[in-house]
Design a binder for this molecule. Structure first.
Ligand code: C5P
Length: 232
């Protein structure tokens, strides 16, 4: 049987990354940031001068990409994202690559090519379990996930978090722009034909507008432990 799978979906800035990372660390599970994979595809396309909607060129590009995760240096913080041997962790976190990821991720040719990679990373030998975060984990990548969560928060609060993150990295994008980009991305991600952003029917929805991330992690960890104990 495969490892225990936790699916965490939701819109941009809902706190999925931090929550997933802390949850995975607590449970001793692997973590798979699927947004990072779409971001890396966007980066590779940009570098190859391929338009984000050019299916004919994206198709052959995808099998040539080697996208991997590596543990954070010193074991602290977010895992690193590797494209071939290059650490692209910082390069994929720009506002341009956020929109680029959203654009390439609407292409069925891209989504299909990445399905197997996401499933393999989650079920790699040695994984006791895996926490995957994204937009379609509970609906498409692992419809039979053992625990499904959908994290949201008000658009304003989510944009504030993203803005603070960008500022911490020295990015000077103004708040109004961060909010506008986020609203566009949420609208595009929710309205696309393939694997749109929406909660799975059996997902637990958490609104973190009024909750701290600690409280969210606490609630999720409690629920996952209960299910592990039930032997789901
Ligand atoms: O989560 P993150 O902001 O890194 O995701 C970047 C973009 O990648 C999202 O806006 C979405 O368009 C796309 N994505 C997706 N499916 C996933 C994860 C991310 O379509 N499972």
């Amino acid at each position: 049987s495969r490892p225990f799978i936790v699916a965490i979906d939701g819109p941009a800035g809902a706190g999925k990354s931090t929550t997933s990372r802390r949850l995975a660390a607590r449970l001793g599970f692997a973590m798979v940031d699927t947004g990072a994979i779409y971001r890396t595809v966007a980066l590779a396309a940009r570098r190859a001068a391929i338009a984000f909607d050019d299916d004919a060129a994206l198709g052959p590009l995808l099998p040539a990409l080697c996208i991997r995760f590596a543990p954070p240096p010193g074991g602290e913080g977010a895992q690193r994202v590797l494209l071939g041997e290059e650490d692209v962790s910082a390069a994929i976190r720009t506002p341009e690559m956020s929109l680029g990821a959203s654009a390439v991720s609407a292409r069925p040719v891209v989504r299909a090519a990445l399905l197997d990679l996401q499933r393999r990373l989650a079920t790699a030998p040695g994984n006791a379990g895996a926490v995957l975060e994204g937009r379609d984990i509970g609906t498409v990548v692992f419809p039979d996930a053992d625990a499904k969560f959908f994290l949201t928060a008000s658009p304003e609060v989510r944009a504030r978090r993203r803005f603070a993150e960008l500022q911490a990295r020295g990015d000077t994008t103004p708040f109004e722009q961060v909010l506008a980009d986020q609203l566009k991305r949420d609208a595009d991600d929710s309205s696309r034909a393939v694997a749109p952003l929406r909660p799975a029917a059996d997902a637990r929805v958490f609104d973190s507008t009024a909750l701290s991330l600690d409280e969210v992690v606490e609630a999720l960890a409690g629920e996952v432990r209960a299910r592990v104990a039930q032997g789901v």
